[in-house]
Design a protein around this ligand. Structure first.
Ligand SMILES: N[C@@H](CCC(=O)N[C@@H](CS)C(=O)NCC(=O)O)C(=O)O
Length: 106
């Protein structure tokens, strides 16, 4: 089993789904919860300047969708059928569109 380290803010947002996948799949991981007060300094040293990031045995993966899909595969959540898998991807991307629309409202 690779060593996983999730870095995200000390809040829910885009990191929360990733935490849920880890827990659902009973995949051991460590996490670093970054406080907003630390972020301006941390951002300078963060590839891409955004969170979440996932370290897998020391290698870095960016982008919440890529991280989520990678871990969903490990957790057995991705259907074998490529059509069904694409439908799951579409659902996740639709959910993110709704989330961003909500961010604009609140
Ligand atoms: N496309 C990226 C966007 C990540 C993103 O916007 N993260 C926000 C938190 S939800 C962030 O890091 N904001 C701090 C900043 O932009 O300085 C992803 O899906 O991972």
């Amino acid at each position: 089993m690779p060593e996983y380290k999730l870095t995200y803010f000390n809040g829910r947002g885009m990191g929360e789904l990733i935490r849920w996948i880890f827990l659902y799949g009973k995949i051991p991981f460590t996490q670093e919860r970054v406080e907003l007060s630390e972020w301006p300094e941390r951002k300078k040293a963060t590839l891409g300047g955004k969170l979440p990031t996932l370290e897998v045995d020391g290698e870095l993966l960016l982008q919440s969708s890529a991280i989520g899909r990678y871990l969903a595969t490990k957790a057995g959540l991705v259907p074998q059928c490529s059509w069904r898998a694409a439908q799951c991807d579409a659902l996740v991307d639709t959910f993110k569109d709704v989330l961003f629309a909500l961010f604009d409202i609140v």
